[in-house]
Design a protein around this ligand. Structure first.
Ligand code: MG
Length: 266
């Protein structure tokens, strides 16, 4: 081996060692890795809307009972608090997320929610809940349309109200004040999969927040994860799930929830 060959070999070996030590030092992924803080959506003041269900809607909550809902954890009867024609998230130990008894594929959904007027906390700990458009597990697995007080509350913008959590910033900020009822109208196109579990077509979502378009046929990259990059996991039909988030702020309420399954006319 010539002196030149030897020094080339030495340089190569040094590079390999350096690369190996760099990859060994890769830090563990953190929630902050997937937070986006700009651009901040422009504020739009919504008009007044009140959406009654059309004749072919499946009523998921009409203010009377939680018969259409179960605990996401163990499928026992839902134990959120029904009162005054609404239900309020229960943050009691062991209650947790609730989901529909029925399962869905593609659908149109209407749901109304209200942050308490006396809400406290900040960032993600201020009226946090969520509508999982397809619940693919008992915890926070699935595809979350974020519910949060984002009227005057800074957080990462891909985690504010009407974001598809950590994937899509809402086009504008159409929040009403805490204490006022707000609505989501959603068009959900479920992902489809081949027999071997690989993705055939991705999920798409369109969302109107208080009547204002905030997600426009957004193509999801997979499930909405708290930590890490999204990925798809095969499912066929799934319930719709509501989140009992673990933050300590006053629990929010829901009312007037209905869904229409989308069936192709041809
Ligand atoms: Mg949430």
């Amino acid at each position: 081996m010539t002196r030149t060959q030897f020094s080339q070999l030495l340089a190569f070996a040094t590079l390999v060692t350096l690369a190996a030590s760099l990859s060994a030092q890769q830090p563990a992924p953190k929630p902050e890795d997937t937070e986006v803080w700009t651009p901040v959506p422009k504020i739009v003041t919504p008009g007044v809307t009140n959406e009654a269900p059309p004749s072919d809607a499946i009523i998921l909550f009409d203010g009377k009972n939680q018969d259409e809902w179960v605990s996401a954890q163990d499928k026992s009867p839902a134990k959120w608090v029904v009162h005054d024609g609404i239900f309020t998230v229960s943050k009691e130990r062991g209650v947790g997320n609730i989901e529909t008894k029925r399962t869905f594929k593609d659908y149109q959904l209407h749901i109304e929610w209200r942050i308490p007027e006396n809400i406290t906390g900040s960032g993600q700990a201020r009226g946090n809940s969520g509508v999982f458009l397809a619940s693919t597990g008992p915890g926070d697995d699935g595809y979350e349309l974020q519910v949060l007080d984002s009227y005057n509350n800074t957080t990462y913008v891909n985690g504010q109200a009407a974001s598809m959590y950590k994937q899509s910033i809402p086009l504008v900020n159409a929040n009403r004040k805490p204490g006022e009822w707000q609505s989501y109208d959603v068009v959900w196109t479920a992902p489809t999969f081949t027999d071997d579990g690989s993705l055939k077509t991705p999920a798409y979502v369109t969302v109107f927040f208080n009547g204002v378009l905030v997600q426009n046929h957004f193509e999801l990259k997979g499930q909405t994860l708290f930590i890490g990059k999204p990925f798809y996991k095969k499912y066929d039909r799934a319930p719709i799930k509501l989140q009992a988030h673990g933050d300590k702020s006053e629990p929010l309420s829901f009312r007037n929830i209905w869904v229409r399954e989308i069936k192709e006319i041809n």
